[in-house]
Design a protein around this ligand. Sequence first.
Ligand SMILES: Cc1cc2nc3c(=O)[nH]c(=O)nc-3n(C[C@H](O)[C@H](O)[C@H](O)COP(=O)(O)O)c2cc1C
Length: 178
Amino acid sequence: MAKVTVLMGSPRRCGNTARLVRAFADGLDARHEFEILNVAQLDIHPCLGCNACFHNAGHLCPQPDDMARVYRVLADTDVLVVATPVYFYGISAQLKMLVDRLHNPIRNSFRISRMVLLAVGAATLPQLFDSIVMQYRLCLHFFHLRDLGSVLVRGVKEAGDIEGNAALDEACRLASTV
Ligand SMILES: Cc1cc2nc3c(=O)[nH]c(=O)nc-3n(C[C@H](O)[C@H](O)[C@H](O)COP(=O)(O)O)c2cc1C
């Protein structure tokens, strides 16, 4: 059974990212174990850049926060789904803090092999997701992961704007291929 973990990066629990994640989850089935980490609800501090985790026993971070739980979840995850709103052309700060904490050799014990990107933003400009997609591709390469696909949704601003959007079916279909 493949374990699918979503990093839900929006602080709006009933917003467009959360709705897109729900549509993705609808496409999973009994072959999958599924967990959503609501990143904004977790107590995650920014990386201090001290590199203590490279030397400490068990790669322990000196900051005792919810990353210990995140590391445990990622250790037995096969498919990582990164879900974020566009915040100033990048991923949300809440999600970025978590990603930065993967600057820890404990990541070498993770069994993640595949990744999916889900993103939403208010603008309709073609370049809206360029920097997020570039960061996603570089992370695929860095972590030696296979890309399973992306769903990128433009023109959704207020919570609920995504309702009725064809992207919901797209996310559901994508999940069925995982
Ligand atoms: C801090 C902040 C920065 C944002 N920056 C952008 C942006 O650069 N481009 C854009 O199109 N939308 C931007 N938005 C709008 C959100 O991407 C949009 O409202 C999205 O639907 C929010 O997703 P959510 O409902 O999952 O929180 C921003 C919103 C916030 C709160």
